[in-house]
Design a protein around this ligand. Structure first.
Ligand SMILES: NC(=O)c1ccc[n+]([C@@H]2O[C@H](COP(=O)([O-])OP(=O)(O)OC[C@H]3O[C@@H](n4cnc5c(N)ncnc54)[C@H](OP(=O)(O)O)[C@@H]3O)[C@@H](O)[C@H]2O)c1
Length: 166
């Protein structure tokens, strides 16, 4: 199965805010996995998702799989835009990724020994391992059992922010 990665630094560059890059990124693809950065809840993103879904349909894409945030009410309008696109769709609503601490924006604070997080430390989150998420995302892209579903994905247990910091 042919896979094309699309971001600002890939051989076929893809930029969310430059629609001229979309066609080449979508060309020949049957399904697309959508990860909007920095945040699906930002103003204008639902409209952007609607335009992108239209471009995907024009390019012959049959299915969209959208990464979204669990408990993020602000992301719902962007989810709705993808769900209304007329293509097959799956929404993957994820809790916080464990890899935020080891590969992403919290790695620097971890290394410096000081984590500033919302809440009083007793707040708990079912952190999700990205390898587990990738299994579900690839099923959604290639299988038939998740079409038309919103899946709430979490890790297997709650960890308080204090436990995570420790
Ligand atoms: N992190 C979490 O715990 C978490 C949990 C649930 C949901 N989410 C959702 O995941 C989404 C992304 O968040 P993230 O922090 O995990 O990912 P991220 O690392 O911020 O972004 C993922 C990729 O997007 C590419 N990218 C960034 N800006 C782009 C642009 N303008 N056009 C094209 N590609 C772009 C980047 O590659 P290049 O630099 O090569 O372009 C990057 O590798 C958000 O919608 C967020 O709500 C995150």
């Amino acid at each position: 199965m042919a896979v094309r990665i699309g971001s600002r630094n890939t051989p076929v560059p893809f930029e969310w805010h430059d629609a001229a890059t979309w066609k080449a990124a979508l060309d020949g693809m049957r399904a697309a996995y959508l990860c909007y950065s920095p945040d699906l809840a930002f103003p204008g993103v639902p409209e952007l998702m609607g335009r992108f879904a239209g471009a995907a349909a024009d390019a012959g894409v049959q299915r969209l799989v959208l990464l979204s945030g669990r408990g993020e009410d602000g992301a719902r309008a962007a989810e709705d835009a993808v769900r209304a696109c007329g293509l097959e769709w799956t929404v993957l609503r994820c809790s916080w990724f464990a890899q935020n601490f080891s590969e992403h924006f919290l790695l620097g604070p971890v290394r410096r020994g000081r984590l500033l997080l919302p809440g009083d430390g007793a707040v708990a989150e079912p952190f999700l391992d990205l390898d587990d998420f990738a299994d579900v995302a690839s099923d959604a892209l290639t299988g038939e059992s998740h079409v038309g579903q919103v899946l709430e994905l979490t890790g297997p247990r709650l960890l308080t922010l204090r436990e995570v910091a420790r």
